[in-house]
Design a binder for this molecule. Structure first.
Ligand code: FAD
Ligand code: UDP
Length: 367
């Protein structure tokens, strides 16, 4: 008899939610992760009384009340509202694109004035149906906002020109003609007080956990360890890159402790000019208004990915989406393996979508 009902590969949010649901049904779960910590990309580490988002800043937001209620079982959330600042050369703007941004950019006051300027800039471009991110952005906000706040940032972030990127990436950002700097339109938003790692710890209570353990090494020695595998690693790697490698963007975080209690006055400051090598600076203490005499900042450098690097963002262009379909077909033929999460499904998922998908899969699997 196998020792476990499920071997869960990856202790990120997907693996942890699935494990939690399986444990509630008295299933025996072993969770392995190749990293030295649980939590995947949402792992937070407390340093100098500040919860540092080690693999990138994470703000929880959702419009789905069921998902909000679900995550709130595991933590109290504060009332943090994400309102990033964008710096372009010596100019400073509010994000997302809203009346504060437009009034600063064009020295205007009313929505009508902003709309008139954008419409005039759009009319000169003659874009009828946006085919890529550049056309989508230009037809939403016109040339000025595109040139100053989108073009440089996006090219740094994705390492590709905007006309080679899918339009949906920019549709993530709200565009508003009100004075409202809330980055998200979602009804529910916040940061878990005390960090995300506590959430994952609670979800995994009752599971056996092995860190610093890579699935591909582990399974060679432990072929019959579980009846089923839940795999949240890279899908193409599972099939030994049979059809070629899917492309990702990697991120490098340069984290620094500074002897000041407030470095930039905001959690998120984006640097939108192509000349600045990093995309944004995160000042972690502002997420939870943490009391500390020092501060910790992370500069985010987006970089090209190669096999063996940590994958962060899937590059969902046509070429990669076609390739993913082939791996998806192979995955659906695997009777005893469930593929999930950002890496397992090659999707640019936010946390709420990952939870929803893990719950759906767990429901089908465990009922
Ligand atoms: P992951 O967190 O990547 O977990 C997968 C785990 O599997 C990892 O721990 C990995 O080490 C492990 N693993 C992989 N391969 C193997 C192997 N072979 N053997 C063993 N273990 C393996 N979402 C939001 O909602 N709000 C945000 O503000 C936000 N900010 C983000 C910022 C950045 C920089 C990034 C990259 C993502 C952000 N996201 C945000 C998305 C969020 O990180 C994901 O939705 C979520 O973390 C995905 O969880 P997951 O379990 O699918 O993947
Ligand atoms: N973006 C931009 N300028 C900014 C912030 C974002 O052009 O100052 C674009 C960029 O293409 C980015 C996309 O909007 O990839 C989505 O931004 P988001 O903040 O959602 O990115 P994430 O949090 O996933 O890194």
């Amino acid at each position: 008899m196998n020792k476990y009902d499920y071997l869960i590969v990856g202790s990120g949010l997907f693996g942890a939610v699935f494990a939690h649901e399986a444990l509630k049904k008295n299933k025996k779960c072993l969770v392995i992760d190749k990293r030295p910590n649980i939590g995947g990309n949402i792992y937070t580490e407390n340093l100098d009384n500040i919860n540092v988002h080690k693999y990138g800043a994470h703000i929880f937001h959702t419009s789905n009340k069921d998902i909000w209620d679900y995550i709130c079982q595991f933590a109290d959330f504060n009332n943090y509202i994400n309102s990033p600042i964008a710096i372009y050369n010596d100019e400073l703007y509010n994000l997302p694109f809203n009346m504060n941004t437009f009034s600063k950019m064009w020295d205007i006051k009313t929505p009508d004035e902003a709309k008139t300027i954008i419409e005039k800039q759009k009319a000169d471009l003659h874009i009828t149906e946006p085919k890529n991110l550049e056309e989508q952005a230009l037809s939403l906000v016109g040339t000025d906002v595109y040139e100053k706040l989108i073009k440089g940032y996006t090219q740094k972030q994705w390492g590709r020109p905007c006309d080679e990127l899918p339009a949906f990436i920019i549709k993530r950002l709200p565009l508003r003609f009100t004075y409202d700097n809330n980055y998200f339109n979602d009804r529910y938003q916040g940061i878990p007080i005390g960090g995300y790692t506590k959430i994952i710890k609670k979800m995994l209570k009752g599971a056996d956990i092995k860190l610093n353990t890579d699935y591909f090494d582990f399974i060679k020695q432990n072929k019959n360890i579980a009846n089923k595998i839940v795999y949240t690693g890279e899908i193409d790697k599972f099939f030994d890159y049979k059809y070629g490698a899917l492309e990702w963007r990697a991120v490098r975080f340069e984290t620094e402790k500074l002897n000041t209690d407030n470095y930039q006055g905001n959690a998120v400051v984006n640097y939108t000019s192509a000349d600045v090598p990093f995309t944004r600076i995160i000042e972690h203490k502002h997420f939870e208004k943490s009391e500390s005499e020092v501060t910790i900042i992370s500069r985010e450098y987006s970089s090209e990915w190669k096999i063996g690097d940590e994958p962060y963002y899937p590059i969902n262009n046509d070429k990669n989406n076609e390739l993913y379909k082939k791996y998806g077909k192979l995955a659906s033929e695997q009777k005893n393996v469930i593929f999930g999460g950002r890496l397992g499904t090659y999707k640019y998922y936010d946390m709420d979508k990952v939870i929803a998908s893990a719950l759906e899969i767990a429901k089908n699997e465990l009922s």
